[in-house]
Design a protein around this ligand. Sequence first.
Ligand code: UD1
Length: 351
Amino acid sequence: MKIVSIVGARPQFIKCAPVSREIRKNHSEILVHTGQHYDTEMSDVFFEELMIPHPDYHLGVGSGSHGKQTGDILMRVEEILLAEKPELVIVYGDTNTTLGGALAAAKLNIPVAHVEAGLRSFDRTMPEEINRVLTDHISNILFCPTENAVRILEKEGIVSGVHLVGDVMVDALEFNKEIAEERSLILERLCLTPGQYLVLTVHRPANTDSRQNMDSILRAVAMAGLPVVFPVHPRTKKCLQEYGMWDRLPENIQAIEPLGYLDMLKVMRHAAKILTDSGGMQKEAYLLGVPCITLRENTEWVETVKEGWNVLVGANFDKILNTIMCFNPDKKSNNIFGRFAAKKIVNILDI
Ligand code: UD1
């Protein structure tokens, strides 16, 4: 089968790595990078570390408003699909790249497979929620990471082409965990003692675009009594500079450039706790057995909360500080995201 896979943002590089490896055993894959993320440390480093094949097309779409970015992706992907005539298009996750790519294919009547289907935060103010809902409703094959995702699709009337396969991020993590342990020197580089520091990431507009939210988060973290590693997304840096907070970050916070996958895995694995508004990191924290404090009011990864390893605190100063001090889950972390999702996905495509 001739398959076009479309990626463009950081989490999609991680998700496509294990699937691409499996696809290429039996099928011909054409990899399209939309260029939604373009900085070296937001893109190139992931291709190198995760050994993702060089993209066949790089669209260089870059940043822009949601309409412009999604529209550019739609137009540019359409051209490629018309030229390549694939039998299937695969999209990942919930970014503007996901929606733009899926829409281009659906309009050309090319079957779409969505990896990470059925996720919902039930918060339509999140751009990702719009991308999730629309992509699922125009996809022909829906690969769900969890049973909950399958149930959500059923409630929305989507029952055919739905497959519970588990989460491909587990494959990526399992493949790279020990490699990261051996190769990454991040703890030494940042002078960190295992178990004696926190990791913080913030990039959602709901936080970055609110001066008040950023202020609450940083003030709470300042009182943690532990060093805090803060890999900063370019959007977040821009906002903090605008608010005049960038040059006077609390002393215990080490603000650094965004990290590659291997450094990030290692720094997360040995953290005392992780504070984040990322979706992927909530799962990775769970898989690594590190307590996660989620700086959002909702999550599409409800299983991590139900299992007792994740707490939703929004940007509330008291709640953040309280959970940093008191949230110490001691339950066993179960395998709720499955294993070998990439293999299962390609087995289904083979039929
Ligand atoms: C996107 C996804 C989000 C995902 C995140 C992972 C959407 C709607 N959002 O958010 O779901 O969690 O990726 O990181 O698709 N920028 C750079 N260099 C880059 C990339 C971005 O400077 O390489 C800056 C630009 O100022 C840009 C801003 O970051 O405007 C936001 O980038 P964008 O790709 O629009 O969204 P993310 O916030 O990264």
